[in-house]
Every structure is written in structure tokens, then in C-alpha cells.
Design a protein around this ligand. Structure first.
Ligand SMILES: [Ca+2]
Length: 333
């Protein structure tokens, strides 16, 4: 079901622009001087967006959202699965599967990239198999690699530990709670595991997870982007698409929080119950909310995998696993 997008647009742009003002001392926009753009440059936008959030949609105000590709990397990456922005180092880390997503071939690597799209180190970490989901906590970068969780010291640029996840089939994404507790999704194993205090535990295993792919932590719960079902064909398509699922960490109960949206891959929280997601097969960025489902979408190409987000630049980072590219996309009025 396609809905209007008043809340997310206003929240997303209002918050990010406030951030920019704090950082740069002025309002920054990337568009030309259209009347709409000039209108949005003024502080009046804050008042209007708050009102619009609760009363009107942006489209009703005559303001449409647009997407723009800010930069694109087309050389060097090899089947990138996940892009992750680390706020401590202000750098982007990209996992390169390099070959089949389940192949134990030793050629997977992690790239380090600047937020301007410059490749700082293409093969920053080498010797992995098919690395996928990435997330950091402090100076540690965690990466899933088929059935292991790889722990990397960011400052040293070295793998310090590989944690085997017993019974895992095909790990995908990572979520981290506020205390540094880790959670990983097992895409083909229909499971979610935790890793805390050196101990791996099964949080939940259920067909109702519908092949959980993207995973993120938000307000005491895990949110998973499911791929769909009832089975996954050889070309990774499904009869029905996945949805945003909420897994309560107190009792492991599971609840669908959106309509069926597509073959969900990446998932990042924007706050206020809004999430960024990708649909891998259809090739889309989706902005969804837990009470209004789909709010806005950007059409890209099939193979759009696990996205990252740079809040202060409003950049959505989308790796394409099939085309071996990384695109930085900005959505704005
Ligand atoms: Ca590989």
C-alpha cells in the first residue's frame, strides 16, 4: 500500500538540516534556486514542517521529494553487500563478497571509503570469505562472514577475533544495543542469535521470521527486514515479499509492523519509528514507518543490498551486489 510521506520527510530533513546548521554555520542545500528550494532555506521550514507533520502532507503543500545521486563508485569494489557509516571515524566501511555469497574462498575484503566517495583503502581488511553485514561499537567493527562473526580493531586495521556461530547457515546483518550487545540475523537459517559477554545464544528461530535479512536495534527491540516467502527460489525471488518485523527482546515475541513491502535487505533506523530499507530484487530504497508502512521510494537497479546512512550529509549509501557499485543518494524536497 502506497501512502503519503509527511512525517518522515519533515523529520528527516528538519533534523538533518539542524545538524548541518550546527556543523557548518549555515543552511546547506544542493538544489538550484527554485521557489521551493528558496522556501526551504529559511528557518520557517522548521515551523512549517512541524505543522505539516501533523496536519498536511508535503505533497499537499506542493512540495515533492526528489532523489539525487551525489557520487558513485564504479571501479574496484567486488560484489559489495553492505555499506556502513562509522560515526567515530567519519568513514564508510564496505563488505565485498567477491564471488558467491556462500563461498568459502578467502577472497572477501573490507574497503574503507571517505564520505566524499574517495576510496581510502580498497582492501583494508583481506582474507575473509563472503563478508556481509557491518556495524561498529567503539573501536571495534563487527562483520558477519557466512557462519562467523569477525571482530576488527578499527585503529589497528586488523582482525582480532573470529567468533563461530554454531548452527548458523547464512548470517547476514548485525544489530548492536546501547550496551554493546550484538545480534545477528541468520538469513537462510530463519534465526536470530545474540553475542554478549563472549557467549552466543539463540534469540529466536521461526519460519515467521520469513528469512530475516536487515537487522537493527531500536528502543529495546530488534527490527528485522524479512525477505518474504514461503520459500526462496534459485534466483532469490519469492511468492510474497517481506515486511518490517519487531522482535521484543524481553520475551522474543514477534510482530509485523508494516505491510508486505518487498525482498527487504538493508535496514537502518531514522528515529521516530521511521526506517530506511532496501528491496534487493526490485532495486529500491524504501522509507517506511511503523504506523504508516511505505512512505516514499526511490527506484534503483536490482541487486541493491544493505544500505548505510550518513546523517549529517543526508547520504544514503547503497551497494549493488550484482553491478559492483556503491551509490551515495540524497533525498530532499
Ligand atoms: Ca568471496
Amino acid at each position: 500500500m502506497y501512502k503519503e510521506f509527511p512525517f518522515v520527510a519533515s523529520k528527516l530533513f528538519m533534523l538533518s538540516d539542524l545538524n548541518m546548521k550546527k556543523n557548518n554555520g549555515n543552511w546547506q542545500t544542493s538544489g538550484v534556486g527554485s521557489p521551493a528550494t528558496l522556501f526551504w532555506r529559511t528557518p520557517m521550514k522548521i515551523i512549517v514542517t512541524i505543522l505539516a507533520s501533523f496536519i498536511l502532507s508535503l505533497s499537499a503543500l506542493g512540495i515533492e521529494l526528489n532523489s539525487k545521486t551525489v557520487w558513485n563508485i564504479t571501479e574496484g569494489l567486488e560484489n559489495p553487500e553492505s555499506a556502513y557509516y562509522d560515526d567515530n571515524t567519519k568513514q564508510i566501511f564496505v563488505s565485498n563478497v567477491a564471488g558467491g555469497p556462500g563461498d568459502v574462498d578467502g577472497n572477501g575484503f573490507i574497503s574503507k571509503i571517505g564520505i566524499d566517495g574517495r576510496i581510502i583503502s580498497l582492501k583494508w581488511i583481506e582474507g575473509l570469505n563472503a563478508p556481509k553485514g557491518i556495524r561498529s561499537y567503539g573501536n571495534l567493527l563487527y562483520v558477519t562472514d557466512i557462519t562467523s562473526l569477525v571482530v576488527i580493531d578499527i585503529d589497528a586495521g586488523k582482525v582480532i577475533e573470529k567468533v563461530a556461530i554454531p548452527n548458523a547457515v547464512f548470517l547476514n546483518d548485525i544489530a548492536i544495543d546501547r550496551k554493546g550487545g550484538l545480534y545477528v540475523s541468520d538469513f537462510l537459517g530463519n534465526a536470530i542469535y545474540s553475542y554478549q559477554n563472549g557467549e552466543v545464544k539463540l534469540v529466536l528461530q521461526s519460519e515467521d521470521l520469513e528469512f530475516p535479512n536487515g537487522l537493527t536495534y531500536y528502543r529495546g527491540a530488534l527490527f528485522a527486514g524479512s525477505w518474504g516467502g514461503p520459500a526462496i527460489a534459485d534466483d532469490f525471488t519469492t511468492e510474497f515479499g517481506g515486511q518490517l518485523l519487531r522482535i521484543d527482546l524481553k520475551d522474543s515475541s514477534l510482530e509485523a509492523r508494516t505491510d508486505r513491502l518487498g525482498n527487504l535487505d538493508g535496514l537502518e533506523s531514522l528515529g521516530f519509528g521511521y526506517f530506511l530499507a532496501t528491496d534487493f530484487i526490485a532495486g529500491k530504497i524504501l522509507i517506511v514507518s511503523t504506523w504508516n508502512s511505505l512512505q516514499f521510494e526511490v527506484s534503483l537497479s536490482s541487486g541493491s543490498a544493505d544500505l548505510g546512512y550518513v546523517p549529517q550529509k543526508r547520504l544514503i549509501l547503497v551497494p549493488n551486489l550484482v553491478e559492483s557499485t556503491l551509490s551515495a543518494i540524497r533525498i530532499r524536497p
